[in-house]
Design a protein around this ligand. Structure first.
Ligand code: SR1
Ligand code: MG
Length: 399
C-alpha cells in the first residue's frame, strides 16, 4: 500500500480501483475489476499511479499532495496546483500534439487522469543511458512555439490574452521557481549543496557580482514578463519519448508549474538540460555525443523560430503588429532563453532538486561536468545579449 502520511484525501493503491469505478469518465476506459495498480511517482511533488486492466488498457492517475513530496509535510503546498496543471494541459493540448493528454480532472480530490504513456520513457533516463536523442529537442522547440504563440496576445487577441493571463496565476509554484532557480544558487541558501571539491568554484561564482546581478535581472523578467502560458518546468525529466527516427514520439508532461511568463524560460530550461546531458557525455569521454547534444540547443531554436514565423501570419490584428516586430520579439526570446539556461544550469548544480545526469557520476567525472555547467552558467547569464550558439558550442567543448 502507498500512503505517505495518512492525509484523508490521499489515494492508495488499494483505493484506486474503487476510485475509478466511481468516476463516470474513467470506468469505461479500464476495467476496475481486473486492475493492477502501482505507485511510481518519482518526481518531487505528487503521487502517480499507473493502472492497467487485464485487457491491457491503461491510464495514469496523478494526485497532488498538500505538501512537497521531496521534503515532506514540513513544506506545505497548495493542491490547487493540480487545477492549474489541468487548465494548462487543456490549453497546451489544444495547440500542440506533443503534450500528454488529460482524460479527466477531479477538482475535489485533485486527481488528474492522464493518457497511458508507459510505452514511453523519460527523456532524461534515455539520455543518461546513452540513448538516441535526434529530433527530440527540435520537436520541443515546435511545442514551445505552438503554445507560446497560441496563448499569447498575438494568438488570442489582446483582451482575451489579459483574461487568460489573469486566470492562470500560479503564485505558490512560481515562488518555488523564484526561490530555487532564480535566487538561492546566487545568494546562498541552506538548501544548496555540492560535493566538497566544487565548493571553491561555487564560492567564487557567488562572489562574482556580474553573475549575481545577471541572475537577478532574469528573476525580474520572470516576475514581470507575461508573454504566454509556459510549461514552467520543461526539463528532460518532464518529457516522455518513445522510438526513434520516423517512429519518434515526444510528449511533454508535468506542467504544474505553468504560468504566464517569458517564452525564453521554457527554451532556457530545455537548453540547460541538454547541456547537462552534454556535460555528462563529455565527462564520460564521449566528445562527439557531447557536441551533438550541445548542438540541439541551436537546432531546437531554429525549429522554434521557424514555427513561430509560420504562425506569425495568423496573428490577430496584423495591422497592430508589423512584420518587423517578429524579429525583435525573437531577439528577446533568444536572449531570455540564454539567460534562463544559465539560471537552470546553476540551479540543477547547486540548488535543491538536482539532476541524475550529474548526481550519478563518480567524483572525478562529477567535478568535470559540474564545473563545466557552472562555467556555462556564467557565460549564458553574463553574455546573453551578445552570445551566439556557435560561441556556446565552443565554450561547452572547452569548459
Ligand atoms: C520542490 S519542487 C523542486 C523542483 O521540482 C520540479 O521539477 C521543479 O523544477 C521544482 O523546482
Ligand atoms: Mg516535475
Amino acid at each position: 500500500m502507498t500512503s505517505l502520511t495518512g492525509f484523508g484525501n490521499e489515494l492508495t493503491t488499494e483505493d484506486v480501483p474503487g476510485y475509478l469505478a466511481g468516476r463516470a469518465a474513467l470506468r469505461e476506459l479500464v476495467d476496475p475489476a481486473t486492475l493492477t495498480v502501482s505507485e511510481v511517482g518519482d518526481g518531487n511533488l505528487n503521487l502517480v499511479f499507473v493502472c492497467a486492466d487485464a485487457a491491457g488498457r491503461g491510464l495514469v492517475l496523478k494526485q497532488a499532495l498538500p505538501y512537497v513530496r521531496l521534503v515532506g509535510p514540513d513544506w506545505p503546498m497548495t493542491e490547487e496546483r493540480a487545477t492549474r496543471e489541468a487548465a494548462a494541459i487543456r490549453a497546451h493540448a489544444a495547440l500542440s500534439p506533443h503534450v500528454c493528454r488529460l482524460i479527466d480532472f477531479d477538482a475535489d480530490r485533485y486527481v488528474l487522469a492522464l493518457e497511458d504513456l508507459t510505452d514511453h520513457e523519460v527523456f532524461r533516463t534515455r539520455l543518461n543511458a546513452g540513448g538516441p536523442f535526434e529530433g527530440v529537442a527540435e520537436r520541443l522547440g515546435e511545442y514551445v512555439a505552438d503554445v507560446a504563440f497560441g496563448t499569447s496576445w498575438l494568438g488570442l487577441g489582446e483582451e482575451e490574452f489579459r483574461v487568460r493571463a489573469a486566470g492562470a496565476a500560479n503564485p505558490e509554484l512560481c515562488a518555488i521557481t523564484e526561490d530555487l532557480i532564480l535566487t538561492e544558487p546566487y545568494l546562498g541558501a541552506a538548501r544548496n549543496s555540492v560535493r566538497p571539491m566544487l565548493e571553491p568554484v561555487v564560492a567564487r561564482l557567488q562572489g562574482d557580482p556580474e553573475w549575481v546581478a545577471a541572475a537577478m535581472a532574469l528573476k525580474h523578467r520572470f516576475l514581470t514578463a507575461q508573454e504566454a502560458l509556459l510549461h514552467g518546468d520543461l526539463h528532460t525529466g518532464s518529457v516522455f519519448v518513445r522510438g526513434d527516427g520516423p517512429e519518434l514520439s515526444v510528449k511533454a508532461f508535468d506542467s504544474e508549474f505553468a504560468c504566464y511568463g517569458p517564452v525564453g524560460f521554457d527554451l532556457g530550461l530545455l537548453w540547460a538540460n541538454m547541456l547537462f546531458a552534454g556535460a555528462r557525455a563529455a565527462a564520460l569521454g564521449q566528445p562527439d555525443r557531447a557536441a551533438s547534444l550541445v548542438a540541439t540547443c541551436e537546432s531546437s531554436w531554429h525549429r522554434f523560430r521557424a514555427r513561430l514565423s509560420e504562425l506569425w501570419p495568423t496573428r490577430r490584428c496584423p495591422e497592430k503588429y508589423p512584420d518587423a516586430y517578429l524579429a525583435s520579439w525573437l531577439d528577446v526570446i533568444r536572449r531570455d532563453g540564454f539567460g534562463f539556461a544559465g539560471c537552470e544550469a546553476a540551479r540543477r548544480t547547486i540548488g535543491l532538486a538536482k539532476v541524475s545526469d550529474l548526481e550519478s557520476l563518480d567524483d572525478d567525472t562529477y567535478t568535470a561536468a559540474a564545473t563545466a555547467m557552472l562555467r556555462l552558467s556564467r557565460l549564458l547569464l553574463t553574455e546573453r545579449d551578445t552570445l551566439t550558439f556557435e560561441r556556446l558550442a565552443d565554450a561547452a567543448r572547452d569548459a
